[in-house]
Write a protein that binds this ligand. Structure first.
Ligand SMILES: Nc1ncnc2c1ncn2[C@@H]1O[C@H](COP(=O)(O)OP(=O)(O)OP(=O)(O)O)[C@@H](O)[C@H]1O
Ligand SMILES: [Mg+2]
Length: 251
């Protein structure tokens, strides 16, 4: 692992009318970092991820991905730098089979590569790769079923398979454990622990058991600002963070 930064944020802000939802956030993720992004509801976590992925334009500040300034690049260009994300609300193609959803993610990720292969070989290889990912994500028994028929947990696993299909260098997950059963949470935790060590992970997660098991550093946001950063042990035991979480819906 070298120390090249995967992601650097400088003074990143986003205003919605009178509300500064993200307010001057600085963040530096070295390659291979596993960072939890914590904070109470409305802290600005999802908005920050939308700014990183290019789903929302910045009001001010700059974003560097693997050394390239992407502050003004649209989301699809950021994907080419190796960024993949999942959403707080699952986004899958409900009417299409599980493996077809993954194949579509592969097509999106590998346009150049797949175009270079003849049609038949291209679709067979892609189908096999999609099936391998489905197996890896514990979706083997769901293959052939429309994605809309999956349980909530199954849809989240599928979304993660679709993100991993892009072979990302930076993976950003927005509450992947939300709504999962305890066994699905364990499976997710195991999967995140098995990720390539070179991959950088930014994980929004209210489930501290999941968040702290798979990350080695923590950023805490409140009211759009970073209010704490450090090791999981330091941050979680800090008075400030305990106060922030006390009485919030997620406890
Ligand atoms: N598109 C938008 N237009 C206007 N306000 C928005 C928009 N998106 C988010 N906000 C506001 O910005 C603030 C931060 O919201 P955000 O969704 O980023 O919080 P969060 O930390 O992800 O919260 P949660 O833990 O509930 O997911 C909230 O006050 C929210 O209402
Ligand atoms: Mg959110």
């Amino acid at each position: 692992m070298n120390d090249t930064a995967s992601l650097t944020l400088r003074g990143v802000s986003r205003r919605f009318g009178g509300l500064l939802a993200v307010d001057g956030v600085d963040m530096h993720l070295p390659r291979g970092a596993r960072r939890a992004l914590l904070g109470p509801n409305g802290a600005g976590k999802t908005t920050l991820v939308n700014l990183i992925s290019g789903a929302l334009p910045l009001t001010s500040g700059s974003i560097t991905l693997f050394g390239a300034d992407v502050s003004r690049e649209p989301g699809r260009r950021r994907v080419r730098h190796g960024l993949a994300r999942t959403y707080q609300q699952s986004k899958v193609f409900s009417g299409l089979p599980v493996e077809t959803n993954i194949e579509l993610a592969l097509i999106g990720a590998d346009g150049g590569l797949w175009r270079a292969l003849p049609g038949g070989r291209r679709s067979r290889a892609r189908h096999e790769r999609a099936c391998r990912l489905a197996v890896e994500l514990g979706l083997v028994e769901q293959m052939g079923k429309p994605a809309g028929a999956l349980s909530h947990g199954g849809k989240r696993q599928l979304e993660l398979a679709m993100a991993l299909a892009c072979e990302p260098r930076l993976l950003v997950l927005d509450e992947p454990a939300a709504g999962l059963s305890p066994s699905e949470r364990q499976m997710l935790t195991d999967l995140l622990l098995r990720l390539d060590p070179d991959l950088t992970l930014l994980l929004i997660e209210h489930d501290m058991n999941v968040a702290l098991a798979v990350t080695d550093s923590v950023t805490v946001m409140a009211d759009g600002r970073v209010v704490a950063e450090g090791t999981p042990e330091d941050v979680v035991s800090s008075r400030l963070v305990q106060d922030l979480y006390l009485g919030t819906a997620h406890g």
